[in-house]
Design a protein around this ligand. Structure first.
Ligand code: AMP
Ligand code: GLY
Length: 426
């Protein structure tokens, strides 16, 4: 069977790499893909954008694709799964209605409060005065979130009243985030360690993917501006057996049954970004897709056939499966372009990709492309992630840093402390 993976980042390279290992798969087409997916055996790129749903349907039809797996949130929010299903094509992911869990933070918060799912106290406003009144009620610091999709940039933590007012005005004016900012969720500021918890879901059935943690800030020590993620690892030692059971019992199960009760049964990857507060885990956000860069270490640890897992999810027989994991820690360090998450250059040649990487080390591409000479060049802010396995978090980290030093391009940078929380705990 031919598979289609929609998207072109590190998450999609890792998903496609794992899917291509299945005996059921003859070829994986990635649209649009990157230089990594272009050069992977059993894989090829198609020049169709991840949001060009008509083009993707045409591609799936003309290539007789048996199953499509969607990486990013934008096509899911735009209804790619509904459109594929209407065209009689198998596509793994939630419907546009269920994808509102990610595409509207107001929807997600109202859903959680309706179903008693633990999350920060909040309100939703569409004008500044009402917002300021709510901020006085909640108290500082306060978290302001643009309602709609803002590519991870729509969350601002405000310590001072003047700052909160300016941010609120900026978001509501539509200038900072366009329509996505016309409504703003105002949240109580929570304190605790964060973890990512991802399940493969099919209605109320689910399979937990291994726990993970990412580092969202650009600089060492989890400082500096927010990014899409500068590194990640799996498992997350902070998610011990007790925390795991709380997340499942208080968050995952009520979320899936709440969605089913609201007539929005969820099929796809469900990602809960949780914060482990003194009073238990609470949801910071839901994503309706796999995490990036969490996918990279999780796929490196998954031993079971991902195609089989997805097929069971589509058939409603997930309960029959128990996936196998590599017991080791997988740790991914992102190499980014100088200037990211602000402005950065593109088109720099990347060296060292032909190094003799051992079997437990894998480079997943993200913002890369092939130039007219077939040279791999940078084409995005997060350029690649080097991912390594190790018996302990410390060994995985050492291996990742040993091998990432082989790779380079002009103005490249990466954090030097990915995994420090896990190492501190183990
Ligand atoms: P989100 O996109 O909603 O996950 O928010 C991005 C980041 O902002 C999170 O990973 C947290 O570090 C931080 N954040 C979001 N909401 C809160 C909150 N209520 N309290 C404290 N930090 C938060
Ligand atoms: N790593 C965070 C995300 O995928 O949203």
């Amino acid at each position: 069977m031919k598979l289609l993976v929609v998207g072109g980042g590190g998450r999609e390279h890792a998903l496609a790499w794992k899917l291509a290992q299945s005996e059921k798969v003859s070829e994986v087409i990635v649209a649009p893909g990157n230089a990594g997916t272009a050069r992977e055996p059993g894989m090829r790129n198609a020049g169709v954008g991840a949001e060009d749903i008509d083009g993707l349907i045409e591609l799936a039809r003309s290539e007789s694709v048996g199953l499509t797996v969607v990486g990013p949130e934008a096509p899911l929010a735009a209804g790619i799964v509904d459109r594929f299903e209407a065209a009689g094509l198998k596509c793994f992911g939630p419907s546009a209605d269920a994808a509102r869990l990610e595409s509207s933070k107001a929807f997600a918060k109202e859903f959680m409060s309706r179903h008693d799912i633990p999350t920060a106290a909040f309100g939703v406003v569409d004008n500044v005065e009402e917002g300021m009144e709510m901020i006085h009620g909640i108290g500082l610091p306060v978290v302001l979130k643009a309602d709609g999709l803002a590519a991870g940039k729509g969350v601002v933590i405000c310590e001072e009243e003047a700052d909160a007012r300016a941010t609120l005005e900026d978001m509501l004016s539509g200038e900072a985030f366009g329509q996505a900012g016309r409504r703003v969720v105002i949240e109580e500021f929570l304190i605790g360690e964060e973890a990512s918890f991802i399940v493969v879901a099919s209605g109320t059935q689910y399979l937990s993917m291994a726990s993970s943690q990412d580092h969202k800030r650009r600089d060492d020590g989890d400082r500096g501006p927010n990014t899409g993620g500068m590194g990640a690892y799996s498992p997350a030692p902070v998610v011990d057996e007790t925390v795991y059971r709380k997340i499942i019992g208080d968050i995952i199960e009520p979320t899936l049954s709440g969605l089913a009760d609201d007539d929005l049964p969820f099929t796809g990857f469900l990602y809960a970004g949780v914060i482990l507060t003194a009073t238990g885990p609470k949801v910071l956000e839901f994503n309706v897709r796999f995490g990036d860069p969490e996918t990279q270490p999780i796929m490196l640890r998954l031993k079971s056939d991902l195609v089989e897992i997805i097929e069971h999810a589509l058939e409603g027989t997930l309960d029959d499966l128990s996936p196998e994991w590599d017991e080791r820690t997988a740790l991914a360090v992102v190499m980014a372009a100088g200037g990211y998450p602000g402005r950065y250059d593109k088109g720099h040649p990347i060296t060292g990709l032909e190094s003799a990487f051992p079997e437990d080390v894998k480079v997943f591409h993200a913002g890369t492309s092939l130039d007219e000479h077939g040279q791999v060049v940078t084409s995005g802010g997060r350029v690649l992630a080097l991912c390594a396995l190790g018996e302990t978090p410390k060994k995985a980290q050492a291996r990742a840093y040993q091998w990432i030093a082989q790779i380079g391009f002009e103005d490249a940078f990466y954090r030097s402390d990915i995994g420090f929380r896990a190492i501190g705990r183990s």
